[in-house]
Design a protein around this ligand. Sequence first.
Ligand code: FES
Length: 167
Amino acid sequence: MAVEEGRRKFFGFALGGFAALGGIISLGAMKRSWDPLPSVQAAGFLTVDLSPINEGELRTVQWRGLPVFILKKTGDMSKNEKRDVVVEDASYIVVIGLCTHLGCIPNWVSSKQQFQCACHGGVFNADGLVVTAPPPRPLDIPPFKIDGSTLVLGEEGPEYQKLTAKV
Ligand code: FES
């Protein structure tokens, strides 16, 4: 009688163990299917849905190990057709978040609408243009394209080519 009960417990634990193992293997398979394909990761593309970003909000995303600032301009900020990325009537500034002097990460000071670099006092306006030296040039614009309301970093679209075209 006791032997029979022991067997039942053993088979119960064994069955539970197999079920748990199956669950873990299934979770691993699901995670692999959710992850971006290796070819996509290798290509270095990053997609960012712009629609949830509020006016005046700065988002920072990581692309190829670099910070990229995405600022949605407010209605009272001046337009700049050489720097603005216009998507569905909204204007965005999309720049690599590294100071063009020696590569520090500037802070966005919303009250002054400036990117301020603490390293050597460089200041950029909201468009990423130099206000105070020593930065030698504006914040760089990363290659991007617009697909609906999605920003695709890592691919040169017509909007990027227009902003970076030399006159
Ligand atoms: S690194 Fe920004 S001002 Fe020098």
